[in-house]
Design a protein around this ligand. Structure first.
Ligand SMILES: Cc1cc2nc3c(=O)[nH]c(=O)nc-3n(C[C@H](O)[C@H](O)[C@H](O)COP(=O)(O)O)c2cc1C
Length: 325
């Protein structure tokens, strides 16, 4: 399914978190550069499912308006056959964004995302990603320019709640709430906080209360219990985005919907499919490297598994390291 069906997915029913009562919760698989490529997205849908939208890692837009081969492949309809995907751009140039939105439309998609949340210093020092949050006057003029003509696809943004401090959040929301965004994904941390430390549920609540278009919560959802806590703290949450939690436990979205946890057979198939497909696309060594990188998430703080993984030379040894007793 190439075209997004925004409204339909909201109607999907889950019972686990409400003791059987219907709950509409849209689940996005977060974009993670270097990991969530088409191969991983396809394998995830086939083996585990439970995700409504798979987000594409950002395309870094440039003045030449050309994409890297890997970026072109990642957004191509062939790569995303059967998936509901959300492409993403990283830029601080409104004209680059507008041109890219036409390209996204030509690829057959109906919604695309702007990244104003990336905290990497190499990105922010150029005023991109969450660097856009440092100058809200510029963010407003950027949005004015983008929305000054009819867009070929709808636009969403993925943001953080501030650069230095969460106190910036109300003013960021004031800007974002002035534009007809399809949705706003909120990583509930500041840029300074990077990816660790407590998440700010109160900041997400503020978005829910202040009329932000379809807020999507993101940050540290690792278990169905974490989602329950979020829904308790932030009633009215319609949508969540999960990254590291799904890499650590690929059955997490299914479990949030009341489904089964991952079986040993599913996990073995997951790792083997990814390895074989990455091997066919790249090279054996690179495929093994990627699998080991992915396995770091489920391995967590398990020193023994991590040691076995480091020593593994073959996919079978990697799988044994992860699934062995
Ligand atoms: C290795 C890595 C790559 C990432 N790449 C992107 C990206 O391309 N675009 C984006 O919006 N966020 C990116 N993120 C952020 C994730 O999408 C997500 O917001 C973050 O991991 C927090 O969510 P989580 O706690 O569920 O993992 C990346 C994060 C990591 C760790």
């Amino acid at each position: 399914m190439r075209k997004q069906t925004k409204r339909k997915a909201y109607a999907q029913k889950t019972g686990s978190l409400t003791g059987g009562k219907d709950l509409a919760l849209k689940i996005y698989f977060a974009p993670m550069e270097g990991m969530t490529d088409g191969i991983l997205r396809q394998a995830h849908r086939k083996i585990f499912g439970g995700v409504d939208v798979y987000c594409l890692p950002f395309h870094k837009l440039t003045q030449t308006m050309s994409l890297l081969t890997r970026e072109e492949r990642d957004i191509s309809p062939e790569e995303n056959e059967g998936l509901n995907v959300l492409p993403q751009a990283l830029t601080r140039d409104p004209d680059q964004l507008s041109a890219w939105l036409f390209y996204v439309s030509e690829c057959g998609y109906s919604c695309a995302d702007l990244n104003i949340g990336c905290p990497s210093p190499t990105v922010t020092k150029k005023g991109r990603g969450s660097g856009m949050l440092l100058d809200l006057g510029y963010l407003r003029s950027f949005m004015d320019r983008v929305f000054s003509s009819t867009l070929p696809v709808s636009l969403s943004v993925k943001t953080r709640i501030g650069y230095d401090s969460a106190e910036e959040w109300p003013r960021i929301l004031e800007v974002l709430n002035d534009y007809p965004l399809a949705h706003v994904t909120i990583h509930a941390r500041t840029t300074r906080e990077q990816y660790s430390g407590a998440v700010h549920h109160d900041a997400f609540s503020l978005a829910l209360q202040s009329g932000t278009p379809h807020p999507v919560y993101n940050g540290d959802l690792r278990t169905a219990g974490d989602v329950e806590e979020l829904l308790r703290d932030c009633p009215g949450t319609e949508a969540i985005m999960i990254g590291r939690g799904l890499l650590a436990n690929p059955a997490l979205a299914r479990m949030i919907r009341g489904g089964a946890e991952a079986s040993r057979e599913e996990l073995a198939a997951w790792y083997m499919t990814l390895y074989e497909d990455w091997k066919d696309r790249f090279h054996e060594t690179l495929a093994l490297g990627r699998i080991k990188k992915l396995m770091e998430w489920p391995a967590g703080e398990d020193i023994r598994r991590k040691r076995l993984l480091r020593r593994a030379d073959h996919i079978e040894d990697c799988i044994d390291a992860m699934l062995g007793e």
